[in-house]
Design a protein around this ligand. Structure first.
Ligand code: ZN
Length: 178
């Protein structure tokens, strides 16, 4: 019976359940744990091969090096998610956690290995609200190796009544309170 054919993670070989939430690729799939090595902002993995995932992990190592050594935030905005901006180097990243949370001496954005973007990679932003009042912020990204959009749900919370707005015209990021 092919219907319930057992599947295994192509990285670590762990058995994968039928409701695996790990990333799927053209030629295989990964378990949840191995998928955590990949960026959350890589949405269309199904159009790529596992060999691209290996390259991606190498790129992510460079990302964390820049975060550690060349990214010096001059401002941060919002709370879960928190937007960190380095105005001098014109770079930004968005962490899921709060600005003041860190792990020992390790900055939150380093710990999360947040994807770094330059201001020029900002394309557009859109905020929508569904019937239950849940806000979704979608930030479109261009000219980046894997990210095409950043999507934040819930966390821009209706309960905080604050929103992050990326102003693509002015190439800067502003924080507004409703
Ligand atoms: Zn795995």
């Amino acid at each position: 019976m092919g219907l319930f054919k057992k599947k295994y993670c192509d990285f670590c070989g762990e058995k994968i359940g039928s409701f695996n939430k790990g990333k799927k690729f053209r030629d295989g799939e990964l378990c949840c744990e191995c998928s955590q090595e990949l960026s959350d902002n890589w949405h269309d993995t199904i159009r790529y091969d596992l060999s691209d995932a290996v390259k991606h992990i190498e790129e992510r190592k460079k990302n964390i090096d820049v975060l550690k050594n060349e990214f010096h935030p001059t401002a941060y905005y919002g709370f879960r998610p928190t937007l960190f901006v380095d105005e001098n180097n014109k770079l930004f990243c968005i962490t899921l956690g709060g600005a003041r949370e860190s792990y020992g001496n390790v900055e939150r954005y380093v710990n999360e290995n947040c994807d770094l973007f330059s201001f020029s990679q900002l394309d557009d932003t859109m905020i929508s609200v569904n019937d239950s009042g849940i806000h979704t912020l979608t930030v479109s990204i261009k000219n980046h190796p894997w990210a095409t959009k950043l999507v934040f749900k819930d966390r821009i919370a209706s309960n905080y009544e604050d929103m992050l707005v990326v102003d693509s015209q002015l190439r800067r990021i502003i924080y507004t309170e409703k």
